[in-house]
Design a protein around this ligand. Structure first.
Ligand SMILES: Nc1nc2c(c(=O)[nH]1)N[C@H]1C(S)=C(S)[C@@H](COP(=O)(O)OP(=O)(O)OC[C@H]3O[C@@H](n4cnc5c(N)ncnc54)[C@H](O)[C@@H]3O)O[C@H]1N2
Ligand code: MOO
Length: 403
């Protein structure tokens, strides 16, 4: 009897054990969007750094206009960036604009809509103003030294603007893992090639690399290696030389005479954590380490390579990149009957629609792992546990959402 295959969850746990965020690097604030903070961000300054006007109008003393209408002497102007140097005394006002420091002596800002210019240097105040109105107090937003953003926060638009406002020209971010991807196979040609007898176009690594990038990696395309030990070995050496954190191969993972990836890794001193798992598609998946780098050997079948990338590569990249990853797993119902499952956990491509508040998932009739188009059409993968019994239309199912 064939050896029992490693369950998917156990394989994933093995792959992720010991994976931790990579070190940090400093990047310019303008380049930090989308990265993950490696250290917390503190305010390097106080914002606003002075009591500031929130409106265009007049800075004055509230008590002077308590019995409005009242006329005040306009003794100067305070635009943003140019503080008024004097002080506002009884019966006086300073023309002020949004963002300008409130001059000494003034305790309130009256919006200009509630005033009338009567003559040069005089303003008629039509309504009283609440004490302190329209003034943003110093430090309203944050004060120097305050913690603003925690380590681990993804730098979204607001975090980026806040860090800039706090006067950070550079930020400490988690290094993005470099994922090098290699296609293997004598039959493979780059897209755009003239295709000869027995040849096909290599597609896997494009999708695999995009999945890695979307999880937070940088990627390097190592191209296509023929089914030749030296060629595969040379490509892996290149990945080691450029400092790849994860080396991903596609193809050559199975048991055929031309499936060489495992041999090459072994000959280079690599250690396999697992090979062959209870998954469909994806049975020949392998993972291990080589010279301190992580290796993932994806099966060549296009759907297997992409499904394994979603299930294994994505969380590994996310972990090294310091991101929290949780697969989008939902409960739905079957839109058609499915047969009982065997010992491999199945990831069935399914079209999904919403009906009566439920996700209805209808697996494609043919699930051959060469069929990319059915994966592109699938909104989700139905996850079928090993030995799950046959299911009928309307029975609940577990979905890994793809879109
Ligand atoms: N005797 C057995 N044969 C196979 C088994 C098995 O257990 N015993 N497992 C099957 C399963 S499951 C899979 S999955 C495949 C995976 O095998 P490999 O990883 O060795 O993949 P290849 O043989 O190199 O290629 C399989 C298939 O995919 C095409 N391919 C490969 N690379 C690409 C690429 N970059 N882009 C597009 N298509 C690619 C290749 O031409 C083949 O058609 O093994 C089964 N066999
Ligand atoms: O994993 Mo192979 O594609 O699982 O069929």
């Amino acid at each position: 009897m064939a050896a029992a295959l490693l369950p998917v969850d156990d394989a994933l746990a093995l792959l992720l054990s010991g994976a931790a965020p990579l070190g940090s690097e400093r990047v310019g604030i303008a380049d930090s969007g989308g990265r993950v903070l490696a250290s917390p961000v503190q305010a390097l300054r106080t914002q606003p750094p002075f009591d500031a006007s929130a409106m265009d109008g007049y800075a004055l003393r509230a008590r002077d206009v308590a019995a409005a209408p009242a006329t005040l002497n306009v003794i100067g102007v305070a635009p943003a960036g140019k503080p008024f140097p004097g002080s506002v005394g009884p019966g006086q006002a300073v023309r002020i604009f949004t963002g300008a420091p409130v001059p000494d002596g003034a305790d309130s800002v009256l919006i200009q809509e509630n005033t009338r210019i009567t003559s040069e240097g005089l303003v008629e105040v039509l309504e009283p103003v609440r004490m302190g109105a329209n003034i943003r107090r110093r430090g309203l937003d944050f004060a120097e030294g305050e913690a603003l953003l925690p380590a681990g926060r993804v730098i979204d638009a607001t975090a980026l603007a806040l860090a800039a406002a706090a006067n950070h020209a550079e930020l400490d971010v988690v290094r993005r893992p470099l994922v090098a991807v290699l296609a293997t196979g004598d039959e493979l040609l780059a897209p755009g090639s003239v295709v000869g007898d027995g040849q096909i176009i290599a597609s896997n690594t494009f999708g695999v690399a995009l999945i890695a990038r979307q999880a937070g990696a940088r990627t390097l395309d190592l191209g296509i290696a023929p089914d030749d030990r030296d060629a595969i070995s040379a490509a892996i050496d290149r990945a080691l030389d450029v400092g790849a954190d994860i080396i991903v191969t596609s193809g050559g993972a199975s048991v055929g005479d031309h499936d060489l990836v495992r041999d090459v890794l072994a000959s280079k001193g690599g250690d396999l954590d697992f090979w062959k798992i209870a998954m469909r598609p994806g049975k020949p998946l392998m993972a291990g380490t080589l010279a301190g780098r992580r290796i993932i050997g994806l099966p060549g079948n296009p759907v297997a390579s992409l499904v394994c990338s979603h299930v294994f590569l994505k969380p590994l990249v996310a972990k090294l990149a310091g991101r929290t990853h949780s697969a989008d797993i939902r409960t739905g119902v079957f839109g058609g009957p499915v047969a009982a499952n065997d010992q491999r956990q199945d990831y069935m491509r399914a079209r999904v629609v919403e009906a009566d508040g439920q996700i209805v998932a209808t697996p494609s009739a043919v699930q051959d792992s060469s069929m990319l188009r059915t994966l592109a059409d699938a909104g989700a993968l139905v996850i079928r546990e090993p030995f799950a019994p046959a299911a009928r239309t309307g029975d609940p199912c577990r979905l890994l959402m793809l879109r």
